[in-house]
Design a binder for this molecule. Structure first.
Ligand code: TIU
Length: 224
């Protein structure tokens, strides 16, 4: 067991072999110009700071042979898994399924749907395709994690208050001990990121804990 004494709102203890590193939707569609995030009117450069901390954690998990879980938000080419309510959101010139510079927006198999090369999955890592914001909605992620004996989840990814927070709340309700890595997640709205971190750890950690990647990496390095 490893304890992060400086986690907020109080120390977080985790068994590394039962702790999955979760990378939420580090896809070109959210991080690069011409994708879904940009189509919604966002400045995608606001998501860049989280990449290096996420890479460092991914390297540490891989080095120790620990469980890694990647998610991708997206839809089948015929949009059968996309509710009309989601399709009409945004109101911009391009919506889900339309052809943009990164291929059809948020469609499985298109260039924009791929995870960015710096964080691309390795063979043996779990990859979950999800049609919603939360990773448990219409996916097999719960079975995949329980099959591997996973009890603790460390969340990274984009965007903080949308897919990351939704997934973390879903996981919290299912009994997973969740921690959000403060510097390995970003929002198009820095104020929303700050608010998410605050609301997760308020009320005695009502949704879970938060900690920096440095704190986690140092604790792992000193564990034996
Ligand atoms: N728009 C936005 O901030 N996020 C999403 O639509 N999906 C994810 O967060 N992955």
């Amino acid at each position: 067991m490893i304890t992060l004494a400086a986690a907020q709102p109080y120390p977080y203890t985790f068994p590394p072999v039962r702790t999955a590193l979760v990378l939420i939707d580090f896809q070109r569609d959210f991080l690069e110009p011409g994708g879904f995030g940009a189509a919604l009117g966002n400045d995608v450069s606001t998501l860049a700071p989280s990449l290096a901390p996420a890479q460092a954690l991914l390297a540490a998990w891989r080095q120790r042979g620990l469980t890694v879980l990647h998610t991708r938000e997206g839809h089948a080419p015929d949009l059968r898994d996309c509710p009309p309510s989601k399709l009409i959101r945004g109101g911009g010139p391009l919506t889900i399924g339309d052809l943009g510079p990164l291929g059809r927006i948020l469609i499985q198999g298109e260039p924009g749907h791929a995870i960015i090369p710096a964080l691309a999955p390795h063979p043996g890592e779990i990859v979950i395709d999800k049609p919603g914001k939360g990773m448990f909605h219409r996916t097999t992620v719960d079975q995949e994690l329980r099959h591997r004996g996973i009890t603790h989840l460390m969340f990274t990814g984009v965007t903080t208050e949308v897919c990351v927070q939704t997934s973390m709340r879903e996981a919290n309700d299912r009994g997973y001990e969740c921690l959000l890595v403060e510097d390995a997640t970003d929002s198009y709205f820095p104020a929303f990121k700050a608010a998410t971190l605050a609301m997760i750890r308020a009320q005695g950690g009502i949704v879970g804990w938060t900690a920096s990647s440095t704190l986690i990496l140092e604790a792992l390095a000193h564990a034996h």
